[in-house]
Each structure stands twice: as C-alpha cells, then as structure tokens.
Design a protein around this ligand. Sequence first.
Ligand code: G6P
Length: 465
Amino acid sequence: MSDLIVISNRVPPPESGEGNQGGLAVGLLNALKSGNGLWMGWGGEIVEEGEPEPPPAEYSFGGVDFATYPLSRDDYDSYYTGFSNEVLWPLFHYRVDKMAYDRRKRSGYFRVNRMFAERISKRITKRARVWVHDYHLIALGTYLRKLAPDVPIGFFLHTPFPPWQVLRVLPDYEELLEAFTGYDLIGMQTDGDRDNLVQALRHGLGAEVEGDRVRYGDRCVDIRTFPISIDVDEVAALAASGRESLPSRRLSRSLLERPMIIGVDRLDYSKGIHQRFAAFERTLELYPHHRDKVTYMQIAPPSRVDVDEYVELRADLEGVAGHINGRFSEFDWTPLRYLNRGYSREVIMGFMRQARVGLVTPLRDGMNLVAKEFVASQAEQDPGVLIISHLAGATAELGDGALVCNPNDIDGMAEMIHRALTMPLAERQERWRRMMDTLRGYDIHRWGNDFMHALERLPSANDES
Ligand code: G6P
C-alpha cells in the first residue's frame, strides 16, 4: 500500500525508459520515490463495445508502483475526447469558439472521475496523501472526499484558468467550481491563473476569500501558485549527449552552417504555430538577406487526432508550410522543415542545442516546459536566443532574458526573429545566464517538494472549520 498516490489521465509508459520520460514524469517520479508512491491513470488502451474489460496493468518502475486502467470506447469519447478536450481544453485556453459541449460528454466526465475516485479509495492507507493532476480529473476530489473524508487531497492544474466571464460560458460551471472545493490544496501555474480561479469561486459560488484560503460551506481550500519547472541538470546532460547523437550530427551536416530556428510543440491550436509560420514568412519578405541563409525546423507531433479541430489544424498547417516552401525554396535550400513526428527527449534536446533561435509563441499556455528546456539545452559558449510569447506562463520567469513577443503581431514577431538572428554573442550569453539563474533557483524538485510540504501542513485547516 502506498503513502503517496498520484493520479493523472496520462501515465508515462514504462517502456519509454530513463531519459525518454517527459519533464513532468521525471519530477513526479522523484516525489513518488521518496513517498513510497503509486501512480494511477489511463494506460492509453481503449476497450471496444462488447469486449471484456482487462484488469489494470500493475507494474513497478524505478522504485515506483504503477496501476493503469483502460477506458471503454464510450468513456474515451465522452470523458477524454469530449468533455476534457472539446470543452475544458478550449475553454481554459480562452477559445470558447472551439468549444463543443453536450450533456453526454459532461456525464461521461463525471462518471470517469467517480470511477477513478473509487479505485483510489481502495488503495488508501492511514498515512496516504493524494495528488490529482490536470483538467481531466477536476471532479475527482469531490467523490474521493466522500469516500475518504480525512485524506489530504491536492490538485495541480497544468493549463491556464480563464477569467470568470469566460468560464461562465460553460453550462455546468457551478458543478465544476464546486468540484474544486473538494481539495485541500490547489496549485496553479501563475498568479494570474490563481486569481482567476479565486475570483470564479467568489462570483460563481459566493465563496469567501481570505488571502490564499477560500471557504465554501464546510470546505476550506488553499489556492497557491507553484510554477512547474524542469530538472535543469538532466536537460543539460541530455542536450550534451544528444548533440553527439547520430540524428544531431546528420542535422548539423544538412544545415551547411546555416543558423537554425527551432520550434517543438504538440500539434495544438493553442501553440500558435500558424502565426509562427506567418511570422517566418514575413521575416523572409522584410529581410531578404535571410533568404537562403536560415532554416526553420518545426517539430509538431500529431495530438488528439479524434478531435475535429486538430484534424483541421493539421490540414491547415500543411497548406501553409507548402505555400512558404513553394514561394521561397531554392533548388538547394528549403526554408521550412515541417515534421509531424516526435523524437526521443535526448535527440530533441540535442537539436535545440544546435539552434540559434527557439520559437515558443503560444496563443495561451499554462507554463510551456519547452521554453525552459530550450534554455537549459544551450551551451554557454554559444547560446541560442529564446523568443517567447507573453501569453505563456513561463514568461513570468524567463521574460527578462528572452525576447518577449505577442503572437498576434506577425510583423512584431518577424522583427524579433531578425533581431535574434543578428544578436551579438555577448548579449546572447548575458540573457542566457539570467534565465539559467532563474531556472536553477526553482526547479522541478523544488516544485514537487514545495507542493507536498504545503499539502502536508494543511489538513488542520479543514479540522478547524
Ligand atoms: C497538456 C496537458 C497534459 C496532457 C498533454 C498531452 O500538456 O496539460 O495533461 O497529457 O497536453 O495531451 P494528451 O491529450 O495527448 O494527453
């Protein structure tokens, strides 16, 4: 039986191995190792109608226990694709125009949340603490609170949280807000997101606010900012070895000494890839001397392929990429390399280390760990320049070393790309050092420890009331 139970919709697959786990996985695995931990969630499997449901997959990896469950086709459609990714994801990214709500999705969401709460309750020990992750599982706390009233339950939201006037577009906003009050501690990425949630609880539920603490009926929840980060040394080491890897050496040979601009994003409309392509095209228009001299490589593995918006985005970007290359390519130069596939973390970090410019220009993003990974991947003797959107959570920490853009201003982004490509080495180094100092000051280990310590110090809050 485990003392720390982490639950997230997606669980890192064991076969991904050391060095291939995502940044969040690395951080959480550390917290779990020291807490005799268990990580639960969806294993990625879908059980078709009429098929028998297989038992959970249980395994241990790196000193941590895992238990993953399949989703039925109906749960996958209504809970994951439907309410999580066609309702909450666009809503939390301020894209109400992309929301596709219906009641079947809503009931699937609450059903799966209850199911996971029941599964957790069977594994709870006397000393257990539970840490729930992300927008897929907001409602889990409500159910688990009923099943295990005294267990400290924390929640961390990895995405942004919208202002109250945007949130109330959701038909079930009250139910969703009430779900937040099932937790003892809620962690948000930035102060802005934190303030939005607190205000929504105040306006939407009439909850009372006292500093970080929100009271609603007999519940009391602390809402604080914990900006998620990366393991700086791990990323730097991966970048150094990745730079020596075969793919990285092949990339370097193919560039023929041309500086490279890099973007690495899941293929998602929140990432602003369309605007970024337009800004690159404008750079080549406004500064013709960069033609034939610079290569932009955009890595964008497909994501959420059953959501219509993502299918349309993919087709749209293929058109734009083809247009740019058709317009500017020479027989021996392709301006834009657009790759709909993923690579291991080591290879990606090695690619980033070679880049002169990193483009991280989301229209809205909870944190964006790629921005932090780009910085930690750079070599001090020749660091690349980070161009970051002021709408990414990471800008609160990296904004004084990066060039900060508005992704809706295509000309502004083009000017910034030119500035980054021509920035003198001394300025690049000075900016990079500033960002590295910030990253070293608050890394993924601090993030996990701070959250767990805060959660452990809290339960008394609900005993008082
Ligand atoms: C975002 C979410 C994560 C999610 C990831 C990949 O970063 O905050 O919770 O796992 O996207 O999306 P997917 O739908 O493939 O899990």
